[in-house]
Design a protein around this ligand. Structure first.
Ligand SMILES: *Cc1c(COP(=O)(O)O)cnc(C)c1O
Length: 396
């Protein structure tokens, strides 16, 4: 009875739930945070600039601006891009809600453009038909860690005088035509949420080569004030000026110290994510019920997610049933993403379903398997066994 599904009363493949993503924290991480707690600066001190400098270098960007979430990073970048009431911003429906929400924070309108059927990134061939005089920016999301088509997107943006913001919450460590994510778009935003590549608890960063954008973003994360606390202390002056209506989006020194320590592991962790992806892909090669992720030859993904597409035509049940069956085996699968315009908030704004057929059809078929660098080989094998067990049970 080993093969009786756990959802039908059988023995689960694992005893304990395996998370779909989680952080890895070392002794060194903890020690470096403790040092900051014993220092003079808890926030906006030397660790923030140290983290920014190291991060900028690691992604081949001139400037990096630390903020307190990936969402704050997107908001800050769009503010610098000049998005304001009346602006339109183009993005993908196949992303986390934050990518679109930041456009709304600034009073802009979101234009969702459908995705490619292979990489699940925004379809550059469909962008131009959504551009008009109000269009200000394109936010390209590197879905699951696979970079979007930046040469094509940049060419469209240049032709229409638009700013390209890259939501790289999934793609720290990825490359496109041998160039690093962080050096591709006008501004690139990152998230340091615990499931992302490196963590600061909550946190984010924007990378750019443009000095004007960098200055605008530094002020925006600090209420729109041109000098921060540390700069005023160094200048020995109380004077400051508030030039824009900004926010308190500052990252602390405590978090920045953790970020510096985590960044040292990035290459190793991306390598491990690639290994896990390769093991999954090899394991499912003989399963026509599963479409594994595609990587274009010009890209190296950094594998934030491993999303499989179920071929429902070959199965007796829907995605929901497969999802619950895998959870019953104690495999913590997830779904990324419900199309953003399907959420009530966007439906109430007047977006109607059915306008993004590729993303909407895909949504009914996807499952994210566990993917994080601290997974053991046993965790990976158990995930593979559980997927094969569930798929075999529901095969037509
Ligand atoms: C995680 C994520 C964000 C938001 O990052 P937070 O740090 O959680 O605010 C934005 N966009 C995408 C695609 C994400 O995955």
């Amino acid at each position: 009875m080993l093969n009786k599904l756990a959802i039908e009363g059988g023995v689960p493949v694992r005893e304990k739930m395996l998370a779909y993503g989680r952080q890895s924290i070392s002794k060194a991480d903890i020690e470096t945070v403790m040092e900051v707690l014993n220092s003079d600066w808890l926030t906006t001190g030397p660790k923030v600039s140290e983290f920014e400098a190291q991060f900028a270098e690691s992604v081949d960007a001139k400037y990096a601006i630390a903020v307190n979430s990936g969402t704050a990073a997107l908001h800050t970048a769009l503010f610098a891009a000049g998005v304001a009431p009346g602006s339109e911003v183009i993005t993908t429906p196949f992303t986390f809600v934050a990518t679109a929400n930041v456009v709304r924070y600034l009073g802009g309108t979101v234009k969702f453009v459908d995705i490619r059927a292979d990489t699940y990134n925004i379809d550059h061939n469909k962008i131009e038909e959504s551009i008009n005089k109000k269009t200000k920016a394109i936010i390209a999301v590197d879905f699951a860690g696979h970079p979007a088509d930046f040469n094509e997107i940049k060419a469209i943006a240049d032709k229409h005088n638009l700013i390209v913001v890259e939501d790289a919450a999934h793609s720290l460590g990825a490359t496109y035509k041998n160039r690093k994510v962080g050096s591709l778009a006008d501004m690139t935003t990152f998230s340091f949420h615990p499931v992302k590549h490196i963590t600061t608890g909550e946190g984010g960063m924007i990378a750019t080569d443009d000095a004007k954008f960098a200055a605008k973003m530094r002020a925006f994360r600090n209420h729109g004030i041109t000098l921060d606390h540390k700069q005023r202390e160094e200048a020995g002056s109380f004077m400051y000026d508030m030039t824009d209506l900004g926010f308190n989006y500052r990252l602390t020194d405590i978090q920045s110290a953790l970020g510096i320590s985590q960044l040292k592991k990035l290459n190793l962790w991306v390598q491990r994510r690639r290994e896990i992806a390769a093991m999954y892909t090899a394991a499912f090669i003989d399963y026509p019920e599963i479409i594994t992720p595609v990587t274009l030859p010009e890209c190296e993904s950094s594998w934030h997610l491993y999303v499989v597409q179920l071929v429902l035509e070959c199965l007796t049940v829907n995605r929901g049933q497969i999802f619950h069956a895998l959870r019953a085996e104690n495999i913590g699968v997830n779904v990324h993403y419900i199309p953003v315009p399907w959420h009530s908030y966007y439906q109430n704004l007047g977006y109607t379903k059915g306008q993004w057929p590729i993303a909407e059809k895909l949504y009914e078929r996807i499952i994210s398997l566990p993917m994080w660098p601290g997974m053991s080989d046993k965790d990976i094998q158990e995930t593979i066994i559980a997927v094969k067990k569930v798929i075999s049970a529901y095969r037509k």
